[in-house]
Design a binder for this molecule. Structure first.
Ligand SMILES: [Zn+2]
Length: 87
């Protein structure tokens, strides 16, 4: 079920889970039972966060892999090659 943010004039913002078929524009405050209206900031923020998350995850992973792989493979080759010549 998608999560929606509603604003109660007395109690402030709260999150509620609603099914797609139910009325998502209006809700009733669980604290004071007053009618509340949906806040669209929460939806946009969560959309931004998931976008940022995947962006960071996609950007970080290749950098970490190449940075770790390159020096290690270079070090191994440099360490393995001189040894037979020195022995
Ligand atoms: Zn309230």
């Amino acid at each position: 079920m998608p999560r929606y943010t509603f604003l109660c004039k007395s109690c402030g913002e709260y999150d509620a889970w609603k099914s797609m078929s139910s009325d998502v524009a209006n809700d009733v405050c669980p604290e004071c039972n007053k009618e509340t209206k949906r806040v669209y900031n929460g939806f946009q923020l969560s959309k931004m966060n998931s976008k940022l998350k995947s962006h960071i995850e996609q950007g970080m992973t290749p950098k970490v892999v190449t940075k770790n792989n390159l020096p290690q493979s270079n070090m191994k080759q440099q360490n393995r090659n001189p040894r037979p010549w020195m022995m």
